[in-house]
Design a protein around this ligand. Structure first.
Ligand code: SF4
Length: 442
C-alpha cells in the first residue's frame, strides 16, 4: 500500500479456489484431463466483487487485496500488520466458514471486519455473529456509507440498500490491484440477475431483478483490461447474459471493438436468436455455458427455458455452427435420479454434441427454493455444513438412492464424461467449432 501514514486503510480479502470435501473425488478431479484445467481456470478468476467495491472507494483510502486459497495464521498476521481501518471479506458458501474463522481471528486482534456476498445476503444473522458489519444485497449503494462509518469508528451491524443498484452508476473495477502476474482470464459483468427462478439457483434471485450495464461503462472496463493485456480472455460474470432476447447490439458492439475473446453464461434460447447468433463470433464470443440441467427432470421456476431436450440440442448446435463452443451444464441428483438415470446420462455424454461439459451435484444453497423444500422435508444431512456446499459433495438425502450411492454414481459420471477419450472427442468438437470463429483463428 502506498499512501500517507494517516490515510484510512482498506484491506480486501477474497477467498479463492475450488473446494471439494470428498478426498477421493478431489483426487479424481485433479487426474481427469477434461476436468482439471477448467477447475484451475475457475479458481484463478479475479475476484470481481471486491475489485468493484475498491473502484468506488475514495482516493484517500489505501487499498490492498489478498486472494487467499487458505486461511491460516500467516494470512491473519499479514493483514494485521497492514493496520487496516477496515477489512472487507468476500466468500462463497463453500468457503464461508473459512471467512468466519478469518473474521473471528482479525476481530480478536482488534481489526474491524465487514462481510458481504451471496451467502451473507442469504444468512445475515449468522454472518453478523462473525463481523462488525454485514452487507446484504448489492454492495455498491451502501459502500460509501460503510467506509464513512468505519472511518468514524461507528459501523452499524447491517447495511442493506433500499433498492437494487442502478448499473448506469457502475464503478470501474480496480483491475490494477491484481498485480503484475499474468491472468488466464479477467472478469467483467455486463448484466446482473435473471428473469427466471430455477429452484436450485441463488445467484439470480438474491441480488434483485435482471439489469444490464450500459455500453459506455463496458467500454471503460474493456479499456482498463486491455491496458493490462491487449488481447485478454474475459469471463462475463453474468447470470444469463442474453436473458431478455434483445436487442443486444450495444453489448456486442462494445465487446467486438476490443480484442477480447470472451466467455459467458446464457440459456439455450440464444441458439434461436439469429440477430445475436450471427454476430457472436465476430464480436469475440468463443464459449457459452448453457444449463441443460437434466435429461429427465425439469426444475420448478425454469420459465421459458423449460423445454424438451431435442429442441435444446438443436439450439446448441446452432451456437456451435456460429463458431461458439458450448459447455453443456448438467446437475446430478434431482428427485427421481437413480442408478438407471445416471447410466442414461453417462451414455448421453458419450455422444452429445457439446464442445465441453460441466457436471455438478445438485446443491441446496441458502436462499434457494430447493433448500427450503429439502429443509421442510427433513432431508438435509445432519453431518454436513456449509463447507460441503461445493457442488461436488452430497448434502441431502436423495429420494431414490442412498447419499453414498449418489456420490459414487456421480464419480462414475465424472470419469466417463472427462476421461482421456471424452477429452479427445470434445477437443475435436472445439477445434471444428472454432474454425468458424475469427477471434480463435487470429
Ligand atoms: S436460467 Fe440460469 S441464472 Fe436464470 S434462474 Fe435458472 S439457473 Fe439461475
Amino acid at each position: 500500500m502506498n499512501a500517507a501514514p494517516d490515510s484510512p486503510r482498506l484491506t480486501l480479502v477474497a477467498l479463492s479456489g475450488v473446494r471439494v470435501r470428498e478426498a477421493e473425488l478431489a483426487e479424481l478431479g485433479m487426474s481427469l484431463p477434461g476436468l482439471g484445467p477448467r477447475g484451475a481456470a475457475i479458481a484463478a478468476l479475479p475476484p470481481l466483487g471486491v475489485l468493484t467495491l475498491a473502484g468506488m472507494t475514495p482516493d484517500d483510502w489505501a487499498i490492498s487485496l489478498h486472494e487467499a486459497a487458505v486461511v491460516d495464521d500467516g494470512l491473519v498476521q499479514r493483514i494485521v500488520r497492514e493496520q487496516p481501518t477496515l477489512v472487507g471479506i468476500s466468500a462463497l458458501t463453500a468457503s464461508i466458514l473459512e471467512a468466519y474463522t478469518l473474521a473471528d481471528a482479525l476481530r480478536r486482534e482488534g481489526v474491524r471486519v465487514v462481510l458481504g456476498g451471496l451467502h451473507v445476503t442469504a444468512c445475515p444473522d449468522e454472518a453478523m455473529r462473525h463481523a462488525d458489519a454485514v452487507v446484504v444485497g448489492d454492495g455498491e449503494p451502501v459502500w460509501p456509507q460503510v467506509l464513512e462509518d468505519a472511518r468514524r469508528g461507528a459501523l452499524r451491524p447491517l447495511y442493506k440498500p433500499d433498492m437494487p443498484f442502478d448499473m448506469r452508476a457502475a464503478p470501474l473495477p480496480r483491475y490494477d490491484l491484481l498485480g503484475s502476474a499474468k491472468r488466464q482470464r479477467f472478469t467483467m459483468q455486463a448484466s446482473r440477475g435473471c428473469p427466471f427462478a430455477c429452484d436450485f439457483c441463488a445467484a439470480s434471485r438474491l441480488l434483485g431483478p435482471f439489469r444490464r450495464k450500459p455500453a459506455d461503462r463496458l467500454r471503460e472496463e474493456l479499456r482498463a483490461i486491455t491496458a493490462i493485456d491487449p488481447k485478454p480472455a474475459i469471463e462475463l460474470a453474468d447470470d444469463n447474459t442474453f436473458a431478455l432476447g434483445g436487442p443486444h447490439d450495444d453489448l456486442l458492439d462494445a465487446l467486438g471493438e476490443s480484442n477480447a475473446r470472451w466467455f459467458t453464461e446464457a440459456d439455450w434460447r440464444l441458439g434461436e436468436n439469429p440477430a445475436v447468433l450471427e454476430r457472436l463470433a465476430e464480436c469475440g464470443c468463443v464459449q457459452v455455458l448453457v444449463g441443460l440441467e437434466s435429461l429427465v427432470h425439469q426444475h420448478a421456476g425454469m420459465g421459458a427455458k423449460k423445454t424438451e431436450m431435442p429442441r435444446m440440442l438443436d439450439a446448441l448446435r446452432a451456437m456451435q455452427a456460429a463458431g461458439v463452443a458450448v459447455i453443456g451444464c448438467y446437475i446430478v441428483g434431482s428427485d427421481g435420479e437413480d442408478e438407471a438415470s445416471l447410466d442414461r446420462l453417462i451414455e448421453f455424454l458419450q455422444h452429445d454434441p457439446c464442445a465441453d461439459a460441466q457436471v455438478t451435484l445438485q446443491t441446496p444453497f441458502p436462499g434457494t427454493a430447493l433448500r427450503r423444500r429439502l429443509e421442510h422435508e427433513g432431508r438435509l444431512l445432519p453431518d454436513t455444513n456449509w463447507s460441503h456446499c461445493t457442488l461436488f459433495d452430497v448434502t441431502y438425502q436423495p429420494d431414490r438412492m442412498t447419499p453414498e450411492a449418489l456420490q459414487a454414481g456421480y464419480a462414475r459420471v465424472l470419469i466417463s464424461a472427462f476421461d482421456e477419450s471424452a477429452h479427445r472427442r470434445r477437443s475435436a468438437i472445439r477445434r471444428e467449432t472454432w474454425r468458424n470463429n475469427p477471434r480463435m483463428r487470429a
